[in-house]
Design a protein around this ligand. Sequence first.
Ligand code: FAD
Length: 116
Amino acid sequence: KSDPQCPPDVEQLGRSTWTFLHTLTASYPANPTPSEQSNVQQFMGLFGKLYPCWVCAEDFQDWMAKNKVRTESRDEFGRWMCEAHNEVNRKLGKREFDCGKWEERWRTGWKNGSCD
Ligand code: FAD
C-alpha cells in the first residue's frame, strides 16, 4: 500500500482526484448560470489535458470527446461525472457504481443515516 507521505502512485492520485471531482459536482449549483456552466466546461477541458497520469488523461479525453460534459444542473453534472468514473471502473475491471446514488455518496450522505 502506498505511503501517504510519499509521492502518490496512480491509485492514490486517482482516489484523491475522484474525491475532488465528485465533491465539485456536489457543490455545483442546482440551477447554474451560463457563466457557471462555462467555467465547468473550461475546467473539465483543461483537466483532461493536464491530469498528471498521461495514459489516464488520453483515454479520459477520448471519452469526453464522445460524451460532452453536462452542466445544465447539479444532477446532470453529478451523473455525468459518475458515468465518467464508471467508464474508468469498467476499464480497470472494477464494479460499476449505481449513478442514481451519486448524491447520497457525495452530497447528502446515505438515506440510512450512516454518515450523520
Ligand atoms: P476509486 O475508483 O478511486 O473510487 C473512490 C470511491 O468513489 C469509491 O470507493 C466509491 O465509493 C466511489 N465511486 C466509485 N465509482 C463511482 C462512480 N462511478 N461514481 C461516483 N462514485 C464512485 N487508473 C488506472 O490504473 N488507469 C487509468 O487509465 C485511470 N484513469 C483515471 C482517469 C481519471 C480521470 C481519474 C480521476 C482516475 C483514473 N485512474 C486510473 C485511477 C482509478 O480510477 C482509481 O482511482 C484507482 O484505481 C483507485 O481505485 P479505488 O478502487 O480506490 O476507488
